[in-house]
Design a protein around this ligand. Structure first.
Ligand code: 13P
Length: 248
């Protein structure tokens, strides 16, 4: 059985006090075995680790550099994350592809380094609006899979989480419909089954991201191949993220 996951991506939001208040406000009571992940800005990783030490909230990094170490001022490495006890890291988010020039080649290097250091990549993929309008979204995302993760062994790929985040739905208030999400998730899973095998594909959690909120989470998560959400804006308020955790 693959995991159900509610993951929050805080992006570049919150000051220290509000970050601490938000973590304190998260409640996992009664959510069963749903995994809860919060991807926090790197300057709050220690704070988040400390304040979640007696809970099973997983603290994730939002990024790390694609080289092992060296003269990369301002960057952090997977080795640093590993040494802090961080177990998960977002990789390939569309905002980093768009604003930080992350190519498929760089993302592939990050995936490899992340796994090499024993962390779980939360690999993000998804198409821009013009690609969706030309009905090329499946090809587009398949290319991302091919260039970013399909070089992995069966054992390695079993250790990743995938987040399908159509760019046109991120931060726009426009959510993919439950049918659109299910269609793409099933497509991604079948691509994994074709390349690996169906047992491997059936174990990989595929999250949906893009304007997930308490009002639509249940409908999205009810789909067979939607194993949870990667949530931006609605993860910045404890009430709404707590509600999303309870939407399975
Ligand atoms: P929103 O939920 O704010 O649309 O952001 C989605 C996202 O990018 C999560 O990584």
């Amino acid at each position: 059985m693959r995991s159900k996951i509610a993951a929050g991506n805080w992006k570049m939001n919150l000051d220290k006090t509000s970050a601490a208040t938000l973590i304190e406000g998260l409640s996992l009571d009664g959510i069963g075995d749903t995994k809860v992940i919060v991807a926090v800005p790197s300057c709050y990783l220690s704070l988040a680790l400390e304040s979640t030490s007696d809970s099973r909230i997983i603290v994730a990094a939002q990024n790390a550099h694609h080289e092992q170490s060296g003269a990369y001022t301002g960057e952090i490495s997977f080795q640093m994350l590993q040494s802090m006890g961080i177990t998960h890291c977002l990789i390939g988010h569309s905002e980093r592809r768009q604003y930080n020039g992350e190519t498929n080649d760089i993302i592939k290097k990050k995936i490899d380094l992340c796994l090499e250091h024993g962390l779980t990549p939360i690999f993000c993929c998804g198409e821009p609006l013009e690609v969706r309008e030309r009905e090329l979204h499946k090809d587009y995302v398949l290319t991302q899979l091919k260039e970013n993760i399909l070089h992995l062994t069966t054992e390695e790929v079993s250790n990743i989480i995938i987040a399908y985040e159509p760019i046109w739905a991120i931060g726009t208030g426009v959510t993919a419909t439950a049918d659109q999400a299910q269609e793409m998730h099933a497509y991604l899973r079948s691509a994994l089954a074709n390349h690996y095998d169906s047992a491997t594909a059936s174990k990989i959690s595929i999250l949906y991201g893009g304007s997930v909120k308490p009002a639509n989470a249940k409908e999205l998560f009810a789909n067979e191949d939607v194993d949870g959400g990667l949530v931006g804006g609605a993860s910045l308020k404890a009430d709404s993220f707590n509600a999303i955790m309870r939407s399975f």
